[in-house]
Design a protein around this ligand. Structure first.
Ligand code: GDP
Ligand code: MG
Length: 182
């Protein structure tokens, strides 16, 4: 059997960007249209096989509400990986994501692997499944803005949809490939 590496991972981001939905998609391959808000934090685990290595993710899914923000350090302090989520239709959530990335670089472990994730990609697709590039598009944060922030901060970047599953496993595989061998 392949050795299993445990990786502590924390999700951060504004309320309602889809943190819990990304975890639910990754862990159970499900989606709930009206997901109840997380209170405090939720803990879940999921194994992920990448080539010959098996990673057991120990996931802390935090609450995005401001009143819980002071608890976040408790969850990211010992984390080896963090996913910072924003909603590509909500510019304020991108500003919040930028703050989280900076805070992680100042306060978290030096070798933490961070992924920036722009979620709700399904909302900017048209009926033929392509991205709606008309002026009616719901997209408010461009892919370039996301990629630029990630490049500036030296972190991974993905756009995802927890609703249709687009790119969700790729986030966890990307993190797993980036985690230093221990
Ligand atoms: P959290 O507060 O960041 O954990 O966000 P939730 O996972 O609770 O999701 C907030 C709301 O957004 C819920 O109504 C979800 O069903 C919805 N949602 C989450 N992810 C997506 C997505 O990828 N696409 C769409 N259209 N809605 C989503
Ligand atoms: Mg939640």
């Amino acid at each position: 059997p392949n050795p299993t590496t445990s990786v502590k991972l924390v999700l951060l981001g504004e309320a309602a960007v889809g943190k819990s939905s990304l975890v639910l998609r990754f862990v159970s391959n499900e989606f709930q249209e009206n997901k109840e808000p997380t209170i405090g934090a939720a803990f879940l685990t999921q194994k992920c096989t990448i080539g010959s290595k098996v990673i057991k993710y120990e996931i802390w899914d935090t609450a995005g509400q401001e009143r819980f923000a002071s608890l976040a350090p408790m969850y990211y302090r010992n984390a080896q990986a963090a996913i910072v989520v924003y909603d590509i239709t909500k510019p304020a959530s991108f500003i919040k994501a930028r703050h989280w990335v900076k805070e992680l670089h100042e306060q978290a472990s030096k070798d933490i692997t961070i992924a920036l994730v722009g979620n709700k990609y399904d909302l900017v697709k048209n009926d033929s499944g392509e991205e709606d590039d008309s002026e009616n598009s719901l997209r408010k944060v461009s892919i370039e803005e996301g990629q630029n922030l990630a490049d500036e901060e030296g972190i991974l970047f993905f756009e995802t949809s927890a609703k249709d599953g687009f790119n969700v496993n790729e986030v966890f595989i990307g993190i797993g490939n980036h985690i230093p061998e221990s």
